[in-house]
Design a protein around this ligand. Sequence first.
Ligand code: DAT
Ligand code: MG
Length: 149
Amino acid sequence: MDRSLVIVKPDGVQRGLTGEVISRIERRGYRLVAVKMLQVPRSLAESHYAVHAGKSFYDGLVSYICSSPVVVMVWEGKKVIEAVRQVVGATNPTNAAPGTLRGDYAVEVGRNHVHASDSPENGQAEVALWFRPEELVAWERIGENWLYE
Ligand code: DAT
Ligand code: MG
């Protein structure tokens, strides 16, 4: 089963959007299997954004994710990566469609308030980076038989 790591970034938490992020993914039909709040240590931020190291926005990106607590979670389900990226919207909020989290609640790319894994492989790697295996809960949502044919 694919997994997506989703982070409500510092601006999302401060702006009171945590519930909205959870609600939209939950109502879509996905299963929350881990959630926690933390102040991100710089080493974790650097590992998470390692793919962007050396880019002009990297230092600002690492400072931003460490600037205030985040809520990080793991979502499971069929095609979860694609579906959650769709719920989140384009990286730059100016290009994000209305009805997406970034299209509805963000203005600038550097304050786009939510992260979501972009491939099944990165989803697995990001889950392993942010959570210990015992923090993930195996369960089934009642009614999943009405979501999957
Ligand atoms: P996404 O978060 O949609 O997966 P990404 O992985 O390409 O986007 O980049 C990670 C974050 O880095 C993104 O959420 C915001 C920031 N970022 C990306 N491109 C940027 C740019 N051109 N200028 C400033 N920040 C940028
Ligand atoms: Mg990304």
